[in-house]
Design a binder for this molecule. Structure first.
Ligand code: HT7
Ligand code: ZN
Length: 890
């Protein structure tokens, strides 16, 4: 596939002002009639009107009612160029498409008898010919006509302006969207759905209708999404002064969906996973994800829809900013629910979650063949660039702006951004320029975060001068080379720091030359390769606490011995850093155990680590949610990234050994915790309750890992008696991960109970795909995964099932996937090829599981290469998978 480059952006000679669409829906032969009011772009001298198309059957195309003149049309399967005289033209185009056969879930497709669309990034061209770029913003009117019996509900963007009956059991609805929008925000739904409705007043007193549309039987699971929507509305009004601009805002849940959700103007389409929740089927984590995804899509209405991207290279303009907004929203929601006393801890727990995701998903991406800046310079297939870098690192970049400018400065920048760019398609430079102008601050060097890939390393060293009572901190930065970027420049890195005294208390921070100390946490700005700061007025040698709140997306390299890590685990006033100290200590222990396992040496867990862990476990002053975070070991994907070379079998041996050691040495504490934490009888989604449940489930994990008989009995009992999914699934996961005798019976019981519930079965598939083998004689998890592929409830056509079973196996179970005989890789190749024939986007996501293959042991690399080549050489490979494999093998 050709490479598209950011620097080659050219404005189009023609644009579209108005679109009038008519859909005559039929499962295998939907006819789409499109009328386009087109005008020349005055900024461009001359040129043809260009239309994109993909797998379209074209029935008619006229310009101002006439067939195009001979010699004025150039056509290929994916592009039509029209030479047109004059400055205006009305095009009428009729296409025929086959929604039933559309297994890509891009464009117009069928799911469970209904019709749904997904147009971002380039799905609209699979519906009709159109200049399918985000900088073409037009006013849409849409008429949907379909069979009343199978599709009683007909929806599109904006306001319903007309509806009526038609002959032959058909009906129609006409929708008008008052806001110009790019075609990637177009949506249509025609299905048999029921609705949960609520009327709310906006801050300015306008009444708006909020709707959540779901399949019959699921209304009792729609309430949480509705609550989340109302909370998001209020939050955006209060935090950014942004109000809902439509009279009606709809959310529709669909079972077959490639990603999480889509922010189509006024008609968000959601994966059911991010809408449906009730205590019996959804865990606390599900409730939390639903709230943040609903908010994310809602926030896009301003950051994405009102102001959109000029081209897809600017994707982080809307995604990084919107992720930052949803992270702030979730933190505020958790803090508000936790109450004043527990608010700071609730915020830290959310921040820790976000840091975990960044480290486990984005850091490996930034260190591999797919490494790219948050604003990529090139791509072959844009769908491959909806990445952790664009989303999560993009959000970190916005967070750094927030840190550097302060909340008020940031808000002023947002206001200016909207005042300049509302209703247009812009670039990341436009956003940062608005921030710069509103704050009178030069952000030119800051823009390097948009153009440089790779995770910067920040090194820090301190020297104590006892006589002077001063502490000299030297900080330097270095970003390793990434594909296509050998040289890196120094970035602007906000480094939040504190200095802890020997008594565990933070010391006031006073820099040399300052008259007074200023607070106990301060943000230093590192903008050169190296810099020194001297802190004065100290009574004793401090322990530095660096990168508080994870103030920049960097890897901090600082020499800390075990005692110092244990000290920070016990005393760091910054909860995020306290957690990080525990993670660093655990990482050190695990990597040492793994090295011993790889060399065939005996594994021994340092007593100091067990003691530090026990202190956290027993510290009743810490809230349960924080303790659950601090006592969870670092993600396997992150640890593999820190191993040289990555050896999944050795790491797994280390994890099993450490889990067993902690579980058996601390069994009394863990059991006491499970039995002592009182849960309210009635489930409610609340951070305090969720924290207790998380801590209990973690304790059960350690107890089952240690095969502690009483602990296993507790898990089995909790599984049998659970009153909600968090408790039930937490206990089941503990039994299964411990591979105890009770696990198989519990899995079977769970299946029987939820056999008709697709979303709950996804959990059942994922749990088994992630099974650890504690007995080397037991059959490999691979055999179970193969058997599950044939289960009646599994389908390769449903992305949720693929992510649950194959995604979990390839990504979340490295030791069982990376089998020395290469059988895991053979399964990977076979499934990627099979998926690619039906759904290239999903196939490419699965293909990425092997992109960092060069980081593994030579023996594993040798087993991976032939399977990568097998996929590369597969007939008819998509551009999506092709790009991933080519970059991996390059
Ligand atoms: N903006 C949405 C991205 C999205 C998407 C992209 C490619 C293929 C399918 C997709 N579904 C949704 C989602 C979001 O970030 O809010
Ligand atoms: Zn988004």
């Amino acid at each position: 596939a050709p490479t598209i480059r950011r620097t080659e952006f050219m404005p189009l000679p023609w644009t579209v002002l108005r679109v009038d669409l008519h859909f005559s829906l039929h499962p295998e032969a939907t006819v789409v009639t499109s009328r386009l009011a087109c005008v020349r772009n005055r900024a461009v001298d001359a040129g043809a009107l260009v239309l994109d198309g993909d797998e379209l059957e074209t029935l008619a195309l006229t310009i101002d009612g006439c067939d195009p003149q001979p010699g004025t049309v150039r056509r290929s399967a994916s592009r039509i160029e029209l030479d047109i005289d004059g400055d205006e033209a009305e095009l009428e185009i009729v296409t025929r498409i086959n929604p039933r056969a559309n297994s890509t879930l891009s464009g117009l497709y069928q799911s469970r008898g209904g019709y749904f669309t997904q147009c971002e990034a380039e799905g609209f061209r699979r519906i009709t010919w159109f200049p399918d770029r985000p900088d073409v913003m037009a006013r849409f009117t849409v008429t949907v006509e379909g069979e009343r019996a199978s599709c009683p509900v007909l929806l599109s963007n904006g306001n319903l302006v007309e509806e009526g009956e038609l002959p032959d059991g058909r009906h129609y609805a006409r929708w008008e969207d008052p806001f110009p929008k790019p075609c990637y925000l177009f949506a249509l739904v025609a299905a048999d759905l029921v609705v949960l409705e609520r009327r709310e007043l906006t801050a300015s007193g306008r009444e708006v209708l909020l709707q959540v549309w779901v399949e019959a039987g699921n209304l009792d699971r729609a309430g949480h999404a509705m609550d989340a929507l109302v909370h998001a509305m209020r939050w955006d009004e209060e935090t950014f002064g942004l109000e809902l601009d439509l009279d009606r805002y709809m959310i529709v849940a669909v079972s077959d969906f490639n990603m999480g959700a889509m922010e189509n103007k006024g008609l968000n389409i959601f994966n059911t996973k991010y809408v449906l929740a009730k205590p019996d089927t959804a865990t606390d984590a599900d409730y939390e994800h639903i709230e943040s995804v609903v908010a994310h899509e809602y926030f896009h209405n301003w950051t994405g829809n009102r102001v959109t991207c000029r081209d897809w290279f600017q994707l982080t303009l809307k995604e990084g900013l919107t992720v930052f907004r949803d992270q702030q929203f979730s933190a505020d929601m958790l803090a508000a629910a936790a109450g004043a006393e527990a608010a700071a801890s609730a915020r830290a727990v959310k921040r820790i979650d976000d840091v975990r995701v960044l480290r486990a998903a984005q850091f490996p991406e930034d260190a591999g063949p797919m490494a790219h800046p948050i604003r990529p310079d090139s791509y072959q297939e844009i769908n491959n660039f909806y990445t952790a870098t664009v989303y999560e690192k993009g959000a970190e970049v916005i967070r750094m702006l927030h840190t550097l400018l302060g909340p008020e400065g940031f808000r002023n920048g947002m206001d200016l951004y909207f005042s300049y760019h509302d209703g247009s398609a812009v670039t990341c430079d436009d956003f940062v320029e608005a921030m710069s102008e509103a704050n009178g601050r030069d952000l030119d060097q800051f823009m390097l975060w948009y153009s440089q890939a790779g995770t910067p390393r920040v090194k820090a060293e301190g020297v104590w001068d006892g006589a002077a009572g001063s502490y000299l901190l030297t900080v330097s930065q270095y970003t390793p080379p990434t594909p296509g970027q050998a040289e890196k420049q120094a970035l602007v890195i906000p480094l939040a720091i504190g200095l802890i005294g020997p008594d565990g208390e933070d010391r006031p921070l006073q820099l040399e030359g300052e008259a007074h100390p200023g607070g106990t946490t301060r943000v230093l700005e590192l903008s050169s390769e190296s810099r020194q700061w001297r802190f004065v007025g100290l009574d004793a040698e401090p322990v530095p606490s660096l990168l508080r709140g994870f103030s920049a997306p960097v890897i901090l390299e600082v020499e800390e011995d075990d005692a110092r890590l244990a000290f920070r685990m016990a005393h760091d006033a910054d909860a995020c850093n306290r957690w990080d100290a525990a993670q660093r200590y655990a990482e050190r222990v695990l990597l040492a155990l793994a090295a011993a396992a790889a060399d065939g040496r005996a594994m021994a867990v340092p007593q100091g680590f067990v003691d530090a862990f026990a202190r956290l476990l027993r510290d009743q002053r810490l809230d349960a949610a924080f303790r659950a975070q601090a006592l969870s070991l670092p993600a396997e994907a992150y640890l593999l990234e820190r191993m040289q070379p990555a050896d999944p079998a050795a790491l797994r041996a280390a994890q099993i050994h450490l889990g067993m050691t902690l579980g058996s040495m601390l069994a009394d504490d863990l059991r006491a915790l499970v039995e002592g934490l009182v849960e309210p009888a009635e489930y409610r989604y609340h951070p305090a309750d969720a924290g207790r449940r998380a801590l209990i489930n973690l304790a059960l994990r350690y107890l089952c890992a240690a095969r502690d008989a009483r602990g296993v009995a507790l898990a089995a009992q909790r599984f049998a008696e659970a009153g909600n999914m968090t408790d039930r699934f937490g206990a089941l996961a503990a039994l299964v991960h411990g591979a105890v005798a009770e696990a198989e019976g519990a899995l079977a019981a769970f299946y029987r109970r939820y056999r008709d519930d697709a979303l709950v079965l996804d959990k059942w598939f994922a749990l088994q795909a992630g099974m650890w083998r504690r007995d080397p004689a037991a059959p490999p998890t691979l055999a179970r995964v193969r058997a599950l592929l044939a289960d009646a409830a599994f389908s390769l056509a449903n992305p949720n099932k693929v992510y649950a079973l194959l995604g979990s196996f390839f990504r979340a179970n490295p030791a069982e996937f990376h089998l020395p005989d290469g059988s895991g890789y053979a399964l990977w190749a076979e499934q990627v090829i099979a998926l690619d024939a039906a759904n290239p986007q999903v196939a490419a996501r699965m293909a990425r599981a092997l992109e960092n293959w060069r980081r593994f042991t030579p023996a594993l690399q040798a087993a991976m290469r032939p399977q990568l080549e097998r996929v590369r050489d597969a007939e008819g490979l998509s551009a999506d998978v092709g790009e991933i494999i080519d970059k991996a093998l390059a």
